[in-house]
Design a protein around this ligand. Structure first.
Ligand code: FAD
Ligand code: SF4
Ligand code: SF4
Length: 399
């Protein structure tokens, strides 16, 4: 139920922002009509907190009619209106996971794309498994903005009622998904590492208690059931070129007054290590077993010879061997290179969850019982301080 209290000063600010044209001004007071979906956008904009929404108990909600698996499609941010943005890989990974869920439920897989201009994105999204693309084109969508994007997503969800919605656990996804969840008053499971269907519900698995156990989470009273998944956790499906998705064009009523944050300047971080390890094909990673910063530096040389980048365990980061942006694992970056070389890393579960999707894992550890060997394709029981220089020498000779 939505109510406007006596505090209303008749400022009219709520009227243009309502995506459903549900507000009229009557006798200088805002009055909502039956088109209101309780999306909550007007509540955020009211300067005197005159609007309140009372929600019914989650268990009392009518969840019938929610159908479809949705994937939020994030585009690369350029900050330039004219530049063509690309679909981020995590969205394609989520389409692969979403396809399996949709097939099991017998529902459609839908991609949701918000942009100032469509650049035939539906071709790529269709090739990666989407049946439909909900496309919203609007000048105000030229760059990501929490208020603007969440307003559009909330109105789409309210209108079309998906049963599941997936977001990449990127900076943008981690900002957008909680905002949508709190506006719609539904749950959200962050950083899922596995998704499946159980009794018609989304089974969301994620590490809990410091990564020592896996928690399986169901949201029986939430629609859509919402999850974020980190990049590189789900494997991307093979694209089927020529398979295209049906485009559903949606209009958006976006008032510039919704935009409360304006980006004044963009700066590139000097050490963009995290970005590099996220997409690297070869990662040479070191842990506490490298013992000193000087010895750890040998991994830089090795990684350069292999055309890769350096990763680190949390212990190595804590010891100051490498910057946090290079940390692999639960509280670092999740990676899935073609080759992951690990030196002096024990293989704690928090490290493993961040690199186990790598194609080939080679581990060097002097302890034959180190858990890293459980996920390694090739294991060498030996001293990293002897093996690393030998590898460098061999690679140099081979060049
Ligand atoms: P250690 O566990 O101390 O292992 C060092 C290894 O080096 C040993 O196996 C030893 O046998 C081997 N070794 C020693 N000398 C040599 C040598 N000369 N040659 C070869 N091998 C040698 N960790 C992460 O990595 N990433 C994360 O994102 C992360 N997030 C966490 C989040 C939480 C909430 C918690 C509680 C922990 C997290 N951790 C994370 C920490 C994790 O639990 C481990 O403590 C950490 O991964 C250990 O790092 P390590 O393997 O380098 O060190
Ligand atoms: Fe409009 Fe949403 Fe406010 Fe309802 S809650 S009046 S739909 S903005
Ligand atoms: Fe009234 Fe608030 Fe709407 Fe202004 S924004 S008209 S104060 S309800």
């Amino acid at each position: 139920m939505i109510e406007v209290s006596k505090k209303c000063i008749g400022c009219n600010k709520c009227v243009p922002v309502c995506p459903f044209a549900a507000i009229s001004m009557i006798d200088k007071k805002a009055v909502m009509n039956e088109a209101c979906t309780l999306c909550g956008v007007c509540v955020q904009i009211c300067p005197v907190q005159a609007i309140t929404i009372t929600r019914e108990e989650a268990s009392a909600r009518d969840l019938s009619g929610h159908r479809g698996v949705w994937v939020y499609v994030e585009l690369t941010e350029t900050g330039e209106k004219t530049q063509v943005k690309k679909i981020k890989q995590v969205a394609l990974e989520l389409l692969g996971a979403g396809r399996r869920l949709a097939d099991e439920l017998g529902e459609d897989l839908c991609a949701v794309l918000l942009a100032d201009k469509n650049h035939n994105y539906e071709k790529e999204l269709g090739a990666y498994g989407a049946d439909k693309v909900y496309m919203v084109e609007h000048d105000e969508l030229f760059e990501y903005n929490t208020d603007i994007f969440s307003t559009v997503i909330v109105s789409l969800v309210t209108r079309h009622k998906p049963s599941i919605m997936l977001y990449g656990a990127t900076i943008q996804g981690r900002d957008l998904a909680p905002r949508v969840a709190s506006t719609l008053y539904v749950g959200l499971t962050a950083d899922c590492t596995a998704l499946a269907i159980k009794n018609g519900l989304l089974l969301q698995s994620r590490p809990a208690f410091g990564g020592n156990i896996m928690a399986d989470i169901l949201a029986p009273n939430s629609r859509p059931q919402m999850s974020t998944v980190r990049p590189n956790v789900m494997k991307m499906a093979e694209p089927v070129h020529g398979r295209s998705a049906l485009v559903v064009r949606e209009s958006a009523k976006l008032d510039p007054s919704l935009r409360r944050v304006k980006v004044l300047e963009r700066m590139i971080a000097h050490d963009a290590g995290a970005v590099k390890i996220e997409t690297a094909k070869v990662i040479v990673s070191g842990g506490r077993g490298m013992k000193t910063r000087e010895r750890f530096r040998q991994l830089e040389e090795l990684s350069k010879l292999l055309g890769g980048v350096v990763g680190a365990s949390r212990a190595a980061v804590d010891l100051g061997f490498k910057d946090k942006t290079h940390q692999v694992g639960q509280s670092g970056t999740t990676v899935s290179p073609k080759l992951y070389l690990s030196f002096g890393i024990s293989g704690a579960v928090q490290h493993i969850v961040g690199m186990k999707a790598s194609d080939v894992i080679v581990a060097v550890n002097k302890d034959p019982n180190a858990p890293i060997f459980n996920v390694a394709k090739y294991g060498i029981v030996g001293d990293a301080h002897e093996i690393v220089p030998k590898l460098i020498e061999a690679l140099k000779k081979g060049k």
